[in-house]
Design a protein around this ligand. Structure first.
Ligand code: SAM
Length: 208
């Protein structure tokens, strides 16, 4: 059975991951918040609790925007370090360019979708979910943001070899392999481990 490191898992489990992970995979849950019962409590900025080249995949959903811009290089390098040589990363985060279109229209605090944590506005996407931060969960603040091109640039800088990024309205989704793969393999990975292109806003991770 292959192993996927679920970083910044929150309360989510492997069942919330994309179709490819639903068979033949076992998850190891990693989060900074001990209250979500992760297998490993830690920060993505320093993942010393995870051995180098130990996992087949890393899955990061709405997590990388929780660190400062200057820390992103370290976080993505940590993801690269813990992957086996034939391993790959699946990462999704807000598509800030699309969110900016709503802000430009003056829709800063109107709900754009409903998550399990309640309605989410452009303001929440920019700075993090207000309610959680108000409750003292400072690590829920958003400290940076990505467009498709800056996400690709970051993955490149962290030494990922083959990178595919897709825009899904409010979200970006990317696959990045540790070592270079043929375009057919990259296409297969994207089909299996990213959500379908015609995914409605909302699936598969809650309702984005
Ligand atoms: C918006 S939630 C996403 C939860 C889940 N992955 C999802 O998509 O529904 C962000 C998660 O990242 C975690 N987190 C924030 N900063 C972190 C850090 N530096 N290292 C590890 N986890 C972090 C939070 O505790 C939280 O569980």
């Amino acid at each position: 059975m292959k192993e996927v490191l679920h970083v910044g898992c929150g309360k989510a489990t492997i069942k919330k991951m994309t179709a490819g992970f639903q068979q033949g995979w076992r998850e190891v849950r990693f989060d900074i918040n001990p209250n979500v019962n992760p297998d490993i409590v830690g920060t993505t900025v320093d993942m010393t609790g995870v051995a180098s080249e130990s996992v087949d995949a890393v899955y990061s959903s709405h997590n990388i925007e929780h660190v400062y811009a200057h820390q992103i290089g370290k976080v993505l390098s940590e993801f690269w370090r813990v992957l086996k040589s034939d391993g790959f990363l699946v990462v999704t985060c807000p598509n800030i360019q699309y969110v900016a279109e709503f802000i430009a229209k003056g829709q800063l605090d109107e709900p754009l979708y409903t998550s399990s944590a309640g309605p989410i506005s452009a303001l929440d996407i920019l700075y993090g979910h207000g309610k959680a931060i108000e409750n003292g969960e400072e690590y829920m603040a958003h400290r940076t943001a990505f467009t498709d091109s800056t996400l690709k640039k970051g993955l490149n800088a962290a030494r990922f070899a083959t990178i595919g990024v897709r825009k899904h309205r409010l979200d970006l989704w990317a696959i990045a392999t540790k070592t270079a793969v043929h375009s057919d393999v990259a296409r297969r990975l994207m089909n299996e481990y990213l959500p379908p292109r015609d995914m409605p806003a909302g699936a598969p991770e809650n309702s984005r």
